[in-house]
Design a protein around this ligand. Sequence first.
Ligand SMILES: [Zn+2]
Length: 481
Amino acid sequence: MDKEYIKKTAVIFAAAAVCAAALPLAACQNTPERTTYDITCTYSEERGTLSAVCDVTYVNTADTDVIKFNIYGNAYREGALYRPVSDELEGSAYYNGASYGGVQITAVEGGEWTICGEDENILEVTLPGTLAGGDSCEISISYTLELAEVNHRTGIAEHAVNLGNFYPVACARDGDGNFLECPYYSDGDPFLSDCADYKVTLTVPEGYTAAASGQLVESSGNTYTYSLENARDFCMVISDEFKRISAEAGGTQVYYYYYSDDNAQAKLDAACQSLEYFESAFGEYMWPTLSVVQTGFAAGGMEYPALTMINGGLDESGAIAAIVHENAHQWWYAMVGSDQINCAWQDEGLAEYSALMFFENSPEYGVTRTGLVNAAINAYRAYFTVYNQIFGDADTSMTRHLKDFVSDYEYVNIAYNKGLILFDTLRQSIGDDRFLAGLKSYFAENKGKIAKSDDLIACFEGTGVDVDGLFASFIEGKVII
Ligand SMILES: [Zn+2]
């Protein structure tokens, strides 16, 4: 996500059905390389719903009798334990007052199913027998996604419908094979998933335009089919107000979808330039398209593989900054995954620092390295002073669970600002050449995976420097800034 919203907010301290249908296990004859999702869905404007069938070919990594899916859409239901939007953003998110959504599962083929998890956030499918690691099985899930009126990842936003996290996402698994469940915290991006292949067929009402993570491979009337390979998520945004401009950058077709923008070309240019810069700095972008989408969104923006949502309410420089930050997430989140729930600084700090590097190398934008570093230091010191006064001893550790941040304000200062300061301190300490070499090897070695922070540190150490202590002093909260 982008931190833009923090500029608009004062310091607020936030508290941060069971069915069964036993069917035989339909084992796959040919196990694909990755889990695949084949989703067919239709948006109803009248009902404000997406009705869908999600056929999953699940590629199993360790023996199991059950398969668990995150059903993120349930976070929007009335009475949810964790609200999807923080106190700070609630006013701008719920533009029509309180509104609710949710996921109604109507049928599951492939096993008995139940809704469970800490906050009714998990669809658990019990298989007819044990599925061995390396084998695969087919599960078909029919459901209706009810959309709240909200400027957030999943909802009917002002001017567009945001279809982030719109399908059951197989939980990533830890080294012991345990499924990692992701309750929906309002701070940060509470998502963790492995890369998969997608085929998504979407039918929209007459007059709607769709932006999607994937490449359009087929269309008929108002029905569009997209494909996306080796991606950890898939997202769509639809609107009856969208205009679209496009350009090619480094072999990638870049689209900018917008409903109101007097300077749309500048946004497309920033998207193309930042994509080309990140490719030269870190490594090649791996999908054929990248869609930058202006939409209703309470924070600055939100990243998905091959698609980014940008808050339509941002001013010119805010929109450019959000586009560059979200594009950086294509490298640090989409291609190189990390644990966003326990280690948010890893992708947010890197996305912030990558944006700094882009602006440093693009003087026409008038944004300097010194300016950005000083802004982060000043914001961080202000946070530290306030939190020290309130809590006596501010917790400035960086690696912590999303639910352990007491506010968006704290989260942004730790994950984004302190993250940026960490990477700039590291660069000053080891020099530009080793810093860039470390980032290049981090990308090359972890593309398509979920990297641990130790993997990141090891890539810098691989350039012949000892940076363990530097990282530890930041991560553990000992460094004085
Ligand atoms: Zn971000």
